[in-house]
Design a protein around this ligand. Sequence first.
Ligand code: AMP
Length: 282
Amino acid sequence: MIIVSSSESLRETLGDWRYSDEHIALVPTMGNLHNGHLSLVPLAREHAERVVVSIFVNPKQFTKGEDFEQYPRTLERDKRLLKKVKADLLFVPDVDTMYPFGLDNATSVTVPVMTSDFCGAYRPGHFDGVTSVVSRLFSIVQPDVAIFGQKDFQQQLVIRRMVEDLQLPLQIVLAPTIREGDGLALSSRNQYLSEKQRSVASTLYSLLAGIGKDLQAGKRNFEELEKHAMDALSSAGFDPEYIGIRRAENLETPDRDTDEIVVLAAARLGNARLIDNILVSI
Ligand code: AMP
């Protein structure tokens, strides 16, 4: 596996691959890789001859008081894991490479409307940070395809919208959420959970799965279902932020004709902020 940290060396290698007519898939991450991240690499390989993984803990997407400083950084371990899953290239830029004019003078990319609700409401500026860094990665790497996890469903929708709106020439692929045996979605932030909190953490997924079953059984009292799950999260010891039953296509409120639903949730448990979602066809 080739490891580079400058855009220039990256471009050299990518240029060679393109010259040989090889397609390039990009898997953007913040590192501290787990099996969820690693599952994106073989999926990327199904779409391109070459797989580039980036690791960059993007300061712009952490809001004030969030865990930017504590975010786990485990580069040596990440390199070993990426070699095992046969990534071709690891791009590990520093802040100056990603933001050559400095964080305060950086051009910002904003996707309006669909960033105002859910995680956008609880993490103001977060999605601007995500779209600003992902658009930079897209222009540096110029991938044919980029892979994003369903776990961050709203993020994936926002990126799709950015790509469509800016008419960027690449395809976005959605990867399924990898879970622990009890249903908890793998996340770097799960390690902030105490043993006791870890034992209740999977309640988040169980409640989503319960709503999924209710929807498939024909229930359409969305607000009641959301409220019931919010109450259940509080009773289980979470500090819930939101549960939303929405149109998977654009996060708008579903109507009678909607057939693809996403049920999204975010809740705090101790020092961890957990998010999850499920897709339901009704
Ligand atoms: P992150 O490092 O948290 O920014 O995540 C990098 C990519 O991995 C994003 O596209 C995430 O959606 C994806 N990802 C994170 N957790 C999982 C998971 N449990 N299963 C599948 N993909 C995931």
